[in-house]
Design a protein around this ligand. Structure first.
Ligand code: TTP
Ligand code: MG
Length: 538
């Protein structure tokens, strides 16, 4: 229990409106449609240990003033909404939500029995602030105060929003508003084993920006240096660790760092780097990597589309160090965006594909367009390009369906390229309808000046009984796309556009496979193969 002097903070709540009906604290069956719950106030307990007096005052004031009604709702909607008052609860046992700044299990156990804690949603003060700002009770997962109780916090959360959908809508424009906000994980259905410490990335929530973002970015430098040097296993270990840390629901401090050592894919070496970061705010190896001229050169060289780590190392060994060196080597002069289009004449680069007759993307083009490719693409432009592509496709074949995938589908505000998966709505004849369509579409876009280069164009493979992968039924084109310039003032830049055509029966598999992240895809395959092995053993 909280100390008696602090406990009075909770007791102040008696001045707030008396609650109409007390609901069993252990119940987690509340939904917005539950009329009993609509009438009962939500019991909130402030665990004041380590909480500053001004924070307690602030939270008390929010609790007193809180009414869970969205001001934007119409009267009719308000009458059916989950209007709830908050009631400051004098003890944790009867509370629905516990607000605390404690992040450590041991410290929490000084105040409450662990078996009680496991039946509560235990969140940071920010949950209350953000709920008050948004006018309704928010999902708790993002605000879970203890990593150990993340799952329980999500399950016991009184947000009442069972309708929250994952960004997997067929209609990209509809999902846009939801996705452009920072992603709030949906409440898992009963029995879904999604938790931050799961060993597979596909079973963990992964926010776009996590509570340990700076640490994650430091470890990304270690990963990148290994990748650039061809140390793929080490790079993968760091990538796995990053993925796990991204899912950890609260800031890592000296109080909770012991929880990190118990997470999957966190070995001794990575743990010691995390310890160093927690103690000193930086990782010395990162500082020295960033100062290495070889690292700086390899990073620069790989900013050119078409140059991966292996090519970059070869170029480096032949004495090339900078973008200027590359421009001299490949005889590509730096261009402004005004005259770059002319310089992209396919004849100039002599990269015509043998089967398609389309200009292929070469390192020279990647170099000429380096600056344009480095400009992030907004969600609006992604959608505009998608619309243009689908309008052109409608002129060739009716009945096609599509989903924008990649980082866009994961909710990223800015993308590096555009990924679109396309199929046909007719499940029976659709396979035949999309066959060969990829090359046809790319040719049309090229003739219209919308696609300027093609880096790769593949067609469906003949069926092979030994292959189990769905990639047999995909056609892919990796291209460069440019929206037409409307006026001189508003000039569009070249963008990388990947088009994937899938037969209807594998459409959603292709959508999932092309959504990422890379670690999610990798672990999804791993988890599925483990499952199928279990199945065959059974
Ligand atoms: P990308 O377009 O390379 O990545 P992205 O869309 O996640 O991010 P951005 O474009 O903004 O840099 O790849 C699209 C998806 O394809 C990716 O999210 C997952 C899948 N993919 C893999 O599974 N493995 C890979 O090696 C690559 C490159 C992509
Ligand atoms: Mg992408």
């Amino acid at each position: 229990m909280p100390s008696s002097s602090k406990r009075s903070a909770n007791e102040k709540s008696t001045s707030s409106p008396p609650h109409k009906r007390r609901r069993s604290s252990s119940s987690n069956s509340y939904t917005a449609a539950n009329s009993d719950a609509e009438e009962s106030p939500l019991n909130v307990f402030l665990l004041d240990a380590k909480m500053k007096p001004e924070t307690i005052e602030e939270l008390l004031s929010i609790i007193d003033n809180f009414r869970n009604v969205d001001e934007n709702l119409s009267l009719k909607e308000k009458s059916g909404s989950s209007e709830r008052e908050l009631h400051l609860c004098p003890n944790m046992k009867d509370a629905d939500v516990v607000i605390t700044v404690v992040h450590m299990r041991k410290r929490l156990e000084r105040h409450v029995d662990w078996s009680i804690a496991r039946r509560k949603a235990i969140v940071t003060p920010q949950w209350l602030r953000d709920s008050a700002d948004s006018g309704h009770l928010l999902p708790c997962g993002k605000y879970a105060a203890l990593g150990d109780l993340y799952q329980e916090t999500v399950q016991n959360c009184p947000d009442g929003d069972s309708s929250q959908t994952h960004p997997d809508s067929n209609s990209n424009s509809e999902s846009h508003d939801q996705e452009s906000e920072s992603f709030v994980p949906p409440v898992p259905k009963n029995g879904t084993d999604i938790r931050h410490n799961h060993r597979y990335a596909c079973m963990r929530y992964s926010p776009l920006t996590c509570p340990n973002q700076i640490l994650v970015e430091k470890i990304a430098i270690l990963r990148r240096s290994r990748e650039l040097e061809g140390l793929d296993m080490q790079a993968l270990s760091y990538e796995r660790a990053i993925s796990v840390l991204k899912a950890f629901p609260c800031p890592i401090t000296s109080d909770n760092i012991h929880e990190i050592s118990e997470l999957p894919h966190i070995g001794n070496k990575i743990y010691s780097k995390i310890q160093e970061f927690v103690q000193h705010g930086d990782i010395s190896e990162c500082k020295s990597i960033l100062c290495e001229t070889r690292y700086q050169s390899l990073v620069d060289l790989t900013t050119v589309y078409g140059i991966g780590p292996a090519t970059a190392r070869k170029l480096y060994s032949s004495g090339l160090r900078t973008i200027k060196d590359l421009e001299r080597h490949y005889e590509v002069s730096p261009k402004t965006s005004d005259d770059i289009a002319d310089s992209l004449n396919p004849e100039h680069f002599r990269g015509t594909g043998p089967t398609t007759g389309l200009p292929q993307l070469s390192i020279k083009v990647g170099l000429a367009l380096r600056e344009e490719f480095s400009l992030h693409i907004t969600r609006n432009e992604v959608e505009e390009i998608h619309d243009v592509v689908m309008n052109e496709l409608a002129n060739i074949r009716s009945g096609c369906v599509s989903t924008i995938t990649g980082g866009y589908r994961r909710g990223k505000d800015k993308s590096n390229d555009i990924d679109i998966v396309i199929s046909h709505k007719d499940l029976k004849s659709g396979g035949g309808q999309v066959k060969g369509l990829c090359a046809e579409l790319v040719k049309r876009l090229y003739d219209k000046g919308l696609v300027t280069h093609v880096m790769h164009l593949s067609s469906f493979r003949e069926h092979n009984a030994l292959r189990t992968s769905h990639w047999d039924s995909l056609e892919k084109a990796l291209t460069v796309f440019k929206l037409p310039d409307q006026q001189k003032k508003h000039q569009h830049v070249h963008r990388r556009l990947d088009l994937v055509f899938a037969a209807p029966e594998v459409y959603w598999t292709a959508v999932v496979g092309w959504t990422g992240s890379r670690m999610f895809e990798r672990d999804l395959k791993l988890a599925l193969s483990v499952l199928s092995n279990h199945g065959s053993e059974a």
